[in-house]
Design a protein around this ligand. Structure first.
Ligand code: ADP
Ligand code: ASP
Ligand code: MG
Length: 395
């Protein structure tokens, strides 16, 4: 029997009625003859609420204790979903990240998965149980509870799918797939039927939270197909991210046009440092995946961090300031597409659009598949719509 791993995000399990609906959806899939592992996020804004409580007590809470606290959010939803499935007459069991054998580094609040030993999950599947897993957490090799960074439940799902040789990994959220830009911001954003791992990684790094960057990188390395779908909206096919390419991209590549998308990050920490502080800052930020960075050893560093992915952005900012860096909050906008940064044409054309629109931007950060600019937060929505209009379909 094929194993399917599903993941339901926070908005999909935000209240008891939604949890009931997820339970019915899970059971319907089980009835199609699959073995099911279901990863859940914390209900609604639970993680943010837990963080707010911690910060009310202490501006810089211990990262170990923070992980103890935050991991509880996912435990609540896993137990409730399991109960809802029981209520429908099916067998389910909930397991924490540690019970699923998810072994991580010891970097609290930003741990990386090093190994997955899913024996307990396999035993329960053999017994015919639906296995419900608390996302976003693991246990370090020092036997401490760890969390994987904001949005980390996607990574739990992909890591388990890889360890279980699952047939597919389905990521369900409040949007029916990956769009050419955030559909909540760009009115003309279009659903993408398919995109490559690299494009998705660049979109996520640029700020698209629909699929977590590390999860996609994990899927690429394990050659797992990812399906991004809507939890509560029926009838949409969603988006596939899988190993082989697809025709539209090939057709555009033949005409010398990248297949483009726009990503944004609304709250970005722009970290700047000079002299020795530059090297110290780069070393301190080693465990993070910045949106972009530029570094001249011993001379200067500029690093853009997506604050939405940090458990404690303010605490990190004060620490960096204590090391001699300056930190300001701004927004970032990116154009994504294979080869978009490989030739100067797209950077030059996009820069002239920003100038025409009167936007005060940084110089572009260029990588082969992404161009990123720091822009003022108040210009973000307008710039996202303008760049999408100019480059995504008309290029
Ligand atoms: P979940 O809580 O289910 O993990 P997230 O909030 O992390 O869901 O991700 C879904 C959100 O991602 C959507 O509500 C949407 O606003 C946002 N998003 C950003 N960029 C994109 C994009 N390119 N395509 C689709 N959704 C996007
Ligand atoms: N609950 C965690 C968060 O809010 C993890 C996740 O949702 O994937 O970041
Ligand atoms: Mg998410």
């Amino acid at each position: 029997m094929a194993i399917i791993v599903q993941k339901y995000g926070g908005s999909s399990v935000a209240d008891l009625e939604k949890i009931r609906r997820v339970a019915r959806k899970v059971i319907a899939r089980k009835r199609q003859g699959h073995e099911l592992v279901v990863v859940v996020s914390a209900m609604g804004r639970t993680t943010d609420e837990l963080l707010d409580m911690a910060r009310e007590l202490s501006p810089e809470p211990s990262r170990r204790e923070l992980d103890m606290l935050l991991s509880v959010g996912e435990r609540i939803s896993m137990a409730l979903l399991s109960m809802a499935i029981h209520q429908e007459g099916y067998e389910a069991i909930s397991l924490t990240g540690s019970q699923c054998g998810i072994i991580t580094t010891d970097s609290h609040s930003n741990a990386r998965i090093m190994d997955v030993r899913p024996f307990r999950v396999q035993d329960e599947l053999r017994r015919g149980h639906i296995v419900i897993v608390a996302g976003y957490q693991g246990t370090s090799y020092k036997r401490e509870v760890t969390t994987l960074g904001r949005g980390g439940s996607d990574t739990t799902a992909v890591a388990l799918a890889a360890a279980l040789s699952a047939q597919a990994c389905e990521i369900y959220s409040d949007v029916d797939g990956v769009y050419s830009a955030d559909p909540r911001v760009v009115v003309d954003a279009k659903q993408l039927a398919e995109l490559s791992y690299e494009e998705m990684i660049e979109m996520a790094r640029g700020g698209a939270s629909v699929l977590n960057e590390q999860a996609v990188a994990f899927a690429r390395d394990a050659r797992i197909s990812l399906y991004a779908r809507s939890t509560h909206m029926e009838g949409s096919k969603g988006t596939i991210v899988r190993p082989d390419g697809f025709d539209e991209r090939a057709a555009r590549a033949e005409r010398g046009l990248p297949h483009m998308a726009v990503s944004h990050a609304r709250d970005v920490m722009v970290v700047r440092a000079a002299g020795e502080a530059a090297d110290a800052v780069v070393e301190r930020l080693e465990e993070h995946s910045p949106i972009a960075f530029a570094w001249e050893p011993g001379a200067s560093a500029r690093v853009l961090l997506n604050a939405a992915l940090l458990a404690g952005p303010d605490a990190l900012a004060s620490e960096l300031e204590g090391m001699g860096a300056s930190v300001v909050r701004s927004a970032a906008i990116s154009l994504i597409g294979h080869g978009v940064g490989a030739v100067p044409r797209w950077a030059r054309e996009a820069q002239s659009v920003l100038t025409r629109e009167g936007v005060v931007s940084s110089a572009p950060f260029c990588s082969s598949a992404r161009l990123t600019w720091v822009i003022p937060q108040e210009d973000l929505d307008r710039v996202a719509n303008v760049l999408h209009g100019e480059f995504v379909f008309d290029a």
